[in-house]
Structures are given as C-alpha cells and as structure tokens.
Write a protein that binds this ligand. Structure first.
Ligand code: SF4
Length: 218
C-alpha cells in the first residue's frame, strides 16, 4: 500500500526499539513497556535477564526479588505479579516456551492483544499488527481506519494489507506517531500529507506574516 510504503521510506528500518534476544525476552520487555518507555525498559532488562534468563527461572522469583529490578518502569508491583504468573503458566502449560498463537498468548496473565501481536510479529515469525496509541492516532488521521477501538483498527488495517506487511505497517506508524504525527502533528514534515484525510481538513495554510513588516494604522 502506497501510504505504508511512504511511511516506511520516511522511517527506514522501522522496528521495535525494545532490546531482546529470545521470544521470552521480548514478551517480558513488552509487558514492562506498558505505561513506560522503551528506553526505561531497555535500562532494566539486562539485569533482569542476567538473573532470570527464561520462564523456568522467572517462575521461581518472588515479588520482593523482582520489584527493585523493574521499579524504574512504573507499576512495578502489578508488573512483577504478571511476570511471575506469566512465567509459571508458560512452565505449566507450554513447557517453558512462548506459544506462537494469539489465543494462547492472550490467555497468559498480564498479556493483552497488543503485547501478543508484538511478540508474534517480531520474535515468532507470525504476522501480527500491534495497535498502540500511535497507530490508533495515525491510522485515523490518515483515514485508514475510523474507530477509537484498537481491535477494530487492527481489523481495518489487516484487511487493507497483505499479512507480510502487518508488522512493518505497525512499526512505521508507531515511529511516525512518535516523531511526526504527534498529538500536535508536524504535517509540514510528513511524507503522506497528500494522502491524509486530516491534512485535507486543514485547508490552505495562510502564509505567515513577518511582524516586522506589518504597518500600524495611523
Ligand atoms: S499529514 Fe499531518 S496529520 Fe496527516 S499523517 Fe502526516 S503528520 Fe499526521
């Protein structure tokens, strides 16, 4: 699709900015990224994974063990409980491995649809289109979707694109939402403004007047 191609050219090498080596590490990092930033998560995961490299290890942790390590990502008590519960369920039901299905992933404690799609698309080779607040904003402004429901936006985007483009479509829109199509959008720097429904509503932009050349009435 031309719009996604243009966004991916504007944001070359669009990819998740979370650091990970295995599907388990990406699952943990994505859970920690809720209400946080990728930079903060990447700051705590090296110590976390050094001590708990897999589900079997993390399943034996206690909240007191985990909370100080993940504190900087916020909501650390709830996240510690979710990480331990998720790991225990991986051990009990999936031989300690991360399952490659949306239903199995979203059945894990603390794992929502967005997190599941991130892991499927980036670590397990299964097409997934994570919709976060950036994708929600960008897709609606451009006119690719018309809903504030992430599931409906995911369905709309998936229907427009071949499955091979789902991960890239999400990554490119996330970066576009972070860098250009912010809540106060920088439309003059946008590669898709000619195709954007929101931009068309702005109408012709009046040339900015130089206040030094404005004559005052006498
Ligand atoms: S033209 Fe403006 S509103 Fe539309 S996608 Fe680009 S930055 Fe966002």
């Amino acid at each position: 699709m031309a719009v996604i191609d243009a966004l991916s050219r504007q944001h070359p090498n669009a990819d998740t900015e979370l650091s990970f080596r295995t599907p388990f590490e990406l699952l943990v990092a994505t859970m920690l990224s809720a209400q946080s930033t990728d930079v903060r998560v990447n700051g705590v995961t090296p110590a976390l994974f050094a001590r708990y490299p897999d589900a079997a290890a993390l399943a034996t942790a206690t909240p007191d063990d985990l909370e100080p390590i993940i504190h900087a990502t916020g909501f650390f008590r709830q996240k510690a409980r979710s990480l331990i519960g998720m790991s225990q369920q991986l051990v009990d039901q999936h031989a300690g491995q991360v399952p490659a299905s949306l239903d199995a992933l979203t059945a894990l404690p603390g794992v929502g649809r967005k997190t599941a799609n991130v892991v499927l698309g980036h670590a397990l080779g299964v097409p997934g289109l994570p919709v976060d607040r950036h994708v929600l904003r960008v897709a609606n402004r451009i006119g690719l979707a018309h809903s504030d429901d992430p599931v409906k936006v995911e369905e709309a985007l998936c229907a427009l694109l071949p499955a091979t483009h789902w991960v890239l479509a999400s990554d490119a829109q996330i970066l576009h939402g972070r860098r250009i199509c912010r809540p106060a959008p920088l439309c003059d720097r946008c590669a898709v403004r000619e195709q954007c429904a929101y931009f068309r509503t702005l109408g012709p932009v009046a040339p900015r007047r130089d206040p030094r050349r404005v004559r005052t009435a006498r």
